[in-house]
Design a binder for this molecule. Structure first.
Ligand code: HAS
Ligand code: CU1
Length: 564
């Protein structure tokens, strides 16, 4: 006789429509607020980079007066720590709410959090003591204090635990609900953590076998080319790890907020699957000017890069159609009228639509970067920061700010301190980013370099001077916007007296016609692995010097050969 263990069905959690369960509040709140603290440090250094680089000002940067230290703090805090903590907190929210259950293990949630937090503190120590001026890409042969690399390792290991917890929660749910459709938001979250996990192996190998041992004095030399290849195996998927939660909000939350409905759920899932598959075999587009990679591999990864832009074009149509429906529900008539007939007075909606508008130029500039031939003119100029401030600073950060305008009130159990201030914040951010993007893009076309202390440069192309000076206007607007953002967050946390009225903008039941095979994670992982082999193994064979090994000594950015 066959004995089958009876499946114990976990009772569904009932979440309050308005407000959080205590456990949820702690888990989501701690991660999101830690992320915002990292942002608080990083965000204000941005405008001062602009002021330092404008010939009309050439101001020294306050507190971190050494330009490269300030730039590293700006990049590392904003791009690596704010994003990761925020995304993890947001993903826990999405998964718990949508699947109506607790995380698989609350202990694992906190173990991962402690690892990531210790990682953050170690990195902050290395940064503020001026021992890690290696920028957020930490390319060798620049070498930082071991605490910097150890901190990054802990951050990444923490996110692996997060991934395990998310997948175990999902698989329990799937076992108990074999025929139900997985809510889109959870589907998106899982694809995001798959791509993150696979990608993070590249940077883990780089840090564990190249950078940390050199920094500790266990090995004496490194290889910049090999380090860059391992980094960009990770670095490009990283940008989608930031983008996918914003897409999750646009697809799965904005329809409810805008009183509309998703245009196509299956098409959205196709977009997420494509992003998961094609994010990794494209990182060489960051190395088009690197001599060690062959033109053939650059060509192959160029083609894949164009493929990975397609899911974003699908998103533009899918989300655009959802917004058109929202506009028509509000009385829009002509072909374009729906654009203005959005609820522009709601900061949560205004932030997300403005983020999309910034992403139009961000996306187009990305496609231009991806052309091998054009890239020669654009690489390492201020065009690149222009590109990624429309994508990461625009599409992603502005969406996350919009999310904060409903999430922080829910975490705190009080209404938003001021919707009006939030609207001003959104508009100053959008216009500031547009000005920054235009001026830095134009200056880049005139050859102005990125990552360079122009305030100390003996020569700048005169034609670029007006653009660099005009970028100050963007910097001022972004500074004002950052102050308004944090004033509102602090106001909501400590001073708001308004009652909480907004519901969690996520549907716990989603009608979907998507086929269940879309959840074949094993299949997707195999395809990812095959593409990684095709796209990356030849690159690694090209960049590693298997005869002579590592030949370049580490370099201390504060001067001289690196000595631990
Ligand atoms: Fe990129 C460099 C190519 C997307 C971030 N990128 C960077 C760097 C960062 C970054 C940080 O090929 C610098 C790294 C460093 O420090 O060296 N990028 C692309 C391409 C895309 C792209 C092809 N990037 C992103 C995203 C990022 C990001 C997303 C962050 C979140 N990028 C490159 C390349 C380089 C690069 C090269 C290397 C350059 C070099 O030489 O160093 C694509 O994924 C973009 C596709 C996007 C679209 C836009 C779709 C538009 C949508 C909005 C629609 C609007 C609506 C609103 C619906 C095709 C979805 C309408 C409503 C109304 C009411 C009007
Ligand atoms: Cu990229």
């Amino acid at each position: 006789m066959q004995h089958r263990k009876a499946l114990t069905i976990t009772p569904e959690l009932t979440f309050p429509k308005v407000g959080f369960l205590t456990a949820e509040q702690w888990i989501v709140g701690t991660h999101v607020l830690t992320g915002l603290m990292a942002l608080l440090v990083g965000i204000f250094l941005g405008p001062f980079q602009v002021f330092r680089r404008a010939p009309v000002l050439k101001w020294a940067i306050p507190v971190f007066s050494y330009y490269y230290q300030a730039l590293t703090v700006h990049g590392v805090m904003n791009a690596l720590f704010f994003t990761t903590f925020f995304i993890v907190g947001f993903s826990y929210f999405t998964v718990m709410r949508s699947l109506k259950r607790n995380m698989w293990s609350t202990k694992l949630v906190w173990a991962a959090y402690v690892l990531m937090l210790v990682g953050l503190l170690l990195v902050v120590y290395a940064l503020v003591t001026n021992q890690a001026n290696v920028l957020y890409t930490f390319y060798p042969s620049l070498i930082a204090h071991p605490a910097f690399y150890l901190g990054l390792v802990l951050l990444v290991v923490g996110t692996w635990l997060v991934t395990a917890n998310l997948f175990l929660t999902y698989s329990l749910w799937r076992r108990e609900n074999p025929h139900e459709h997985l809510p889109l938001a959870v589907f998106a979250t899982l694809t995001n953590f798959v791509l993150w996990c696979v990608a993070s192996f590249g940077v883990a190998i780089e840090v564990l076998f190249m950078l940390l041992p050199l920094s500790l004095g266990l090995i004496s030399h490194t290889d910049p080319q090999a380090g860059r290849a391992l980094f960009w195996f990770f670095g490009h998927p990283l940008v989608y790890f930031w983008l996918l939660p914003a897409y999750t909000s646009w697809y799965a939350m904005l329809p409810k907020q805008a009183n509309s409905r998703i245009f196509s759920d299956p098409l959205a899932r196709v977009a997420f699957i494509l992003l998961m598959i094609f994010s990794i075999p494209v990182g060489v587009h960051h190395m088009f000017t690197d001599p060690g990679v062959s033109a053939v591999m650059k060509g192959i990864q160029t083609v894949f890069t164009f493929v990975v832009a397609i899911p974003s074009l699908l998103t533009a149509f899918n989300v655009g159609a959802m917004l058109e429906r929202a506009g028509r529900n509000r009385g829009a008539k002509g072909p374009f009228d729906w654009m203005w007939k959005q609820d522009w007075h709601n900061p949560v909606i205004a932030a997300q639509i403005s983020a999309m508008i910034l992403f139009i130029t961000g996306g187009i500039s990305g496609i231009m970067n991806a052309s091998l031939t054009l890239n020669i003119a654009l690489h390492n100029t201020s065009w690149i920061p222009a590109h990624f401030h429309q994508t990461l600073g625009g599409a992603v950060t502005l969406t996350f700010m919009g999310i904060c305008y409903w999430l922080i009130p829910m975490i705190r159990g009080r209404g938003l301190y001021s919707a009006k201030v939030a609207l001003w914040q959104v508009h100053t951010w959008s216009i500031g980013m547009m000005i920054f993007g235009y001026t830095y893009g134009a200056a880049g076309l005139l050859g102005v370099p990125r990552r360079t202390d122009l305030g100390a440069a003996p020569y700048i192309n005169e034609l670029a001077v007006p653009y660099l000076n005009a970028s100050v206007i963007g910097g001022v607007l972004l500074l004002i916007s950052s102050i308004l953002f944090f004033a509102n967050i602090i106001g909501t946390l400590f001073f708001s007296k308004a009652p909480l009225t907004e519901e969690a903008p996520i549907d716990t039941y989603v009608e979907s016609k998507s086929p269940l095979w879309m959840e074949k994670w094993g299949l997707w992982l195999s395809i990812v692995a095959i593409l990684c082999v095709i796209a990356w193994v030849p690159v690694f064979l090209e960049v590693f010097d298997f005869t002579n090994g590592f030949q370049t000594p580490g370099y201390n950015p504060n001067g001289g050969i690196y000595k631990p």
